[in-house]
Write a protein that binds this ligand. Structure first.
Ligand code: FES
Length: 572
């Protein structure tokens, strides 16, 4: 394709009836002919009142527009679907690929020269980048930023780590209804995404390491004026990227993904990144096997002291220097020469960054842990891999052997977990089947199975839990996730029965079901797949096309870019 700047100019300059219609209809919105001679920059906005985390993005969009105009571009905003974690059922993950398709086709089909993607809540960021990577026009990611810290009774509150912690304490009877209500009222103070190092914080921070966002994108709070300044700067920068024809395909390289995984481990980021990064890499044509996550985890120290693994939240991280300061500490482990959307290298971007609080951002010489917080497990229970965030696990449980207590699906958990007669001990391994991409459906965030109330009352706060589901990045505990292949397609997880011995050994990266091969073969012969969750519509397309977790749960037909050219050119 020719320089992207000419894409919109050629569109508006067309001769005959096509050009007349395009110019006349654009002028009808109040624009002048001179506007149509400038590169058209799309501002792809996931604003929605059904998604609190993105509900302030109109103001962010206005800031981007100012920047585009300052740099001589022509900004036009357009919506794409917005996936809110709190409202969307059965899980926002079911619609991530739908959002990616929406983004890709709107970039491809409209006469844009470049695009700024406004995202925030968990799935909106990977979905938008997946679509943009396939469309491959000059792109900058701008997120809406994290919420401010919650405060209550002298404690800092974080969504949603404290939603879960206080709910467990209330269930155990250790806090009053009044305290519980007080947490609800004081948890969320501002616009923005969840402010612990959950999935949204993780993905929006990784955009800096991938080179797809300006420095500062990860941690500037949503309500801080510097968030709008960053958006305005992104508006100016996208015009420069268009003129220089710098596209995601030049930025999203194997080195960029290595950098993102290094940062993921250094900040104790969300396990969900181990689904989203392979999906984005798949769009960019980069091979990113799970083994790469484990290799990099072993050599990437944990240096950011962030909840749920550590003590601080995004607002604190911002004051301590933000993601640029973390990246600067990590430079010896990074590909510092990787190109970014600033038009400069990653190392150049962070050259002036400083750490102002070494308790929040440690140095490589004084890490919180010598290795990263995420491990890839293998064994006969997960031949294609499973994930554990051991940084947020109970160390004593990271080497554990115990009998399985099996729940055949989420409904089974709901029906039996609270039963006082449930036969369960702290040594049991809770197993959840049929909660993966197809079984869930949509691989819901239910892998952090609740501790049975009868054990909570005995003071138990963690147990080994295993599933093919995901969990929220704000969760914690000894929780094995993303078991592949999933149970609903006959993975070994489907064959586990109550009382089977299961061994978890994080140091050796092992997840073993101690049942003989002969016995497993007999069980497999008796196994049958659960009925499909959907018979029609998008749900049916999803079930037919979704890949397993190691490939990022993208649709099989969406991986890669269109070799014939990323974007549509007008025929007339
Ligand atoms: Fe949107 Fe937590 S609900 S980031």
């Amino acid at each position: 394709m020719s320089n992207p700047a000419s894409r919109s100019k050629d569109f508006f300059n067309a001769e005959g009836v096509s050009g007349l219609i395009r110019r006349a209809f654009t002028a009808a919105s109040g624009y002048e002919s001179a506007d149509m001679t400038r590169p058209l920059i799309g501002i792809c906005n996931t604003y929605s009142e059904l998604n609190h985390c993105n509900s302030h993005l109109r103001a962010v969009s206005e800031a981007v527009k100012r920047g585009v105009l300052q740099a001589g571009g022509f900004p036009l905003e357009f919506p794409t679907i917005s996936l809110g974690e709190v409202y969307l059922s059965p899980t926002s993950m079911l619609c991530r690929n739908l959002a990616a398709m929406d983004t890709e086709e709107m970039i491809r089909g409209n006469p844009l020269s470049g695009v700024v993607l406004l995202t925030n809540c968990d799935k909106t960021t990977p979905a938008a980048l997946m679509g943009a990577a396939s469309a491959d026009l000059p792109t900058i990611m701008v997120s809406g930023g994290p919420m401010l810290n919650g405060h209550y009774q002298g404690e800092i509150l974080g969504a949603c780590t404290d939603c879960r912690r206080y709910s467990a304490e209330y269930e155990a009877g250790t806090i009053t209804a009044e305290t519980y209500k007080g947490v609800e009222k004081n948890l969320v103070r501002s616009a923005g995404h969840c402010m612990v190092m959950g999935t949204a914080s993780t993905m929006n921070s990784l955009m800096e390491a991938l080179g797809m966002a300006l420095p500062g994108n990860g941690a500037i709070p949503a309500s801080d004026s510097r968030r709008l300044q960053l958006a305005q700067a992104a508006g100016r920068q996208i015009v420069d990227l268009v003129e220089r024809d710098i596209r995601p395909s030049q930025i999203l390289t194997a080195d960029a993904f290595d950098n993102a995984i290094t940062l993921l481990n250094a900040v104790g980021g969300s396990t969900n990144a181990i689904v989203h990064l392979p999906a984005i890499a798949g769009r960019a044509g980069v091979d990113l096997p799970l083994s790469r996550f484990d290799e990099i985890s072993r050599r990437s120290p944990l240096i950011a002291n962030m909840r749920p693994s550590g003590e601080y939240q995004m607002e604190d991280l911002f004051y301590a220097g933000g993601i640029p300061a973390v990246l600067k500490q990590l430079l010896p482990l990074l590909h510092g020469d990787a190109l970014t959307v600033t038009g400069r290298t990653l190392a150049e971007n962070v050259a002036d960054a400083e750490v102002s609080d070494p308790d929040i951002i440690r140095s490589l010489d004084d890490p919180l842990a010598p290795e990263g917080g995420l491990s890839i497990l293998r064994g006969n229970l997960a031949p294609d891999g499973a994930v554990i965030k051991h940084a947020a696990a109970t160390p004593a449980l990271c080497q554990h052997r115990g009998p399985a207590l099996v729940f055949k699906d989420a409904d089974d958990v709901k029906a039996r977990m609270n039963d006082p007669a449930l036969e369960v001990t702290p040594d049991h391994v809770l197993v959840l089947q049929n909660a993966g991409p197809i079984g869930g459906p949509g691989m819901p965030e239910i892998g952090n199975l609740p501790i049975p109330p009868k054990l909570l009352k005995q003071g138990v706060r963690d147990m080994v839990r295993i599933s093919d589901a995901r969990m929220s990045g704000t969760s914690y505990g000894t929780i094995v996730l993303h078991v592949a292949p999933e149970a609903a397609i006959g993975g070994p997880l489907a064959l586990v029965r109550d009382g089977d011995e299961i061994e978890l050994n994080v140091a050796e990266r092992r997840l073993q079901l101690h049942v003989s091969d002969a016995e497993l073969a007999e069980r497999r012969a008796e196994w049958s797949a659960p009925p499909p969750a959907y018979e029609r519509g998008y749900g049916q397309l999803y079930l037919r096309s979704v890949n397993q977790a190691p490939l990022g749960c993208d649709f099989d037909f969406l991986r890669g870019r269109d070799p014939a050219g990323a974007v549509w050119q007008p025929k007339f």
